[in-house]
Design a protein around this ligand. Structure first.
Ligand code: ZN
Length: 121
């Protein structure tokens, strides 16, 4: 048997609660990114497949910011400006979720991998 951590479901939201979503993750690792946008957001992310991501409400409150190749979609709430998640450029069927938007998520014990977004730009 592998030591795969169990899948858990987390509720996520932006600050004003307009945007609410749910993710299933084993949170085996977190990622940071040094690209021009992630470093400004100071983003700490957990990567989930789109099949493990469910939008509950507030799709109309999201707006996207795109730059460079315009493949990645950086979502943020129109009302409060919080970045809850983004769709990845290199792996567009994966979603990077801002762990600080997840209720009851404790990132302290989870290994963090730094991804080199600058290198990809
Ligand atoms: Zn909001």
């Amino acid at each position: 048997m592998s030591k795969q951590p169990p899948m858990k479901t987390y509720q996520g939201s932006c600050h004003c609660q307009a945007v609410q979503f749910e993710v299933d993750t084993d949170s085996a690792e977190l990622t940071t990114c040094n690209c021009s946008i992630c470093s400004r957001k100071n983003a700490l992310m957990v990567k989930v497949h789109e099949s493990s991501f469910r939008m509950l409400r507030g799709e109309e409150s999201l707006t996207t910011y795109q730059f460079h190749t315009h493949t990645a979609e950086h979502y943020f709430c129109k009302v409060c400006g919080i970045y809850p998640f983004h769709r990845k450029r290199v792996t567009p069927d994966y979603i990077g979720v801002n762990v600080y938007c997840l209720e009851g998520f404790d990132p302290t014990e989870i290994p963090i991998r730094a991804t080199d977004g600058v290198g990809m730009e």
